[in-house]
Write a protein that binds this ligand. Structure first.
Ligand code: HEC
Length: 159
C-alpha cells in the first residue's frame, strides 16, 4: 500500500515537473483560446498540487499553513468549469488532449468531477491538519489525475 502510494505520488510529481520545463506552453495563443485556457488551468492546478505532494514526500519541509493554502486554492481551481477548456472544435492545435475526449465527453466530465470531489475531501483534511488523512487524500487526488491522463492525455503534442 505504501509502495503504491509512493508510485502515485511519483507519477504526479513528474507531471508537475514537466509543467516547469521549457516545452510547457502555458501562455495565451489567441488562435487557440480553449487550448490555452485548459493548459493554463492545469498548470495552476499542478503548481498547487505539486508542492503538496513534495511535502508528503519530504522533499520540502511540511508546513501546515502552506498546505492549507495550496488545498484551498486547488479547491477553487477545481470548482471552476474545466469543461470550458474543452469546447467543441478545440480538439486540434498545440495540444496533448486526445480526440477520445470529444467522443466520450460524459466519461471525461465524470473524471473531471471525480477530481473535484477528491480535492474537496483533501481540502477538508488539509484544514483539519490531520497529516495521515492529508497524505491519503493527496494520493486519492493523484489517482484522479492519473485516471484521466492515462486515457485522455497524450505524452506528446499531437498536431
Ligand atoms: C478529466 C481529465 C483530467 C484530469 C482529472 C486531470 N487532467 Fe491534467 N490534463 C488533461 C488533459 C486532456 C491535458 C492536456 C491538455 C492539452 O494539452 O490541451 C492535461 C494536461 C495537464 C498538464 C500539462 C499542462 C500544460 O502545460 O500543457 C498538467 C501539468 C496536468 N494536466 C496536471 C494535472 C493534475 C496535477 C491533475 C490532478 C490534480 C490533473 N491534471 C487532472 C486531463 C486531465
Amino acid at each position: 500500500m505504501r509502495k503504491h502510494l509512493c508510485k502515485i505520488l511519483l507519477a504526479v510529481t513528474t507531471v508537475a515537473v514537466v509543467t516547469l520545463s521549457p516545452a510547457a506552453i502555458s501562455h495565451l495563443n489567441d488562435k487557440e483560446v480553449p487550448q490555452s485556457y485548459r493548459q493554463s488551468w492545469f498548470t495552476m492546478i499542478a503548481l498547487n498540487f505539486g508542492p503538496m505532494v513534495a511535502m508528503v514526500k519530504g522533499e520540502i519541509p511540511w508546513n501546515d499553513d502552506q498546505m492549507t493554502v495550496y488545498a484551498d486554492e486547488l479547491a477553487i481551481l477545481t470548482s471552476m468549469d474545466g469543461m470550458r477548456g474543452f469546447a467543441d472544435g478545440s480538439d486540434k492545435g498545440t495540444t496533448r488532449a486526445k480526440p477520445g475526449i470529444w467522443e466520450n465527453k460524459e466519461d471525461f466530465k465524470a473524471k473531471m468531477d471525480d477530481m473535484a470531489m477528491a480535492v474537496k475531501t483533501l481540502q477538508t483534511a488539509a484544514n483539519s491538519g490531520d497529516r495521515k488523512a492529508i497524505a491519503g487524500d493527496i494520493a486519492a487526488t493523484g489517482k484522479a489525475c492519473k485516471a484521466c491522463h492515462d486515457e485522455y492525455k497524450s505524452k506528446d503534442y499531437l498536431y
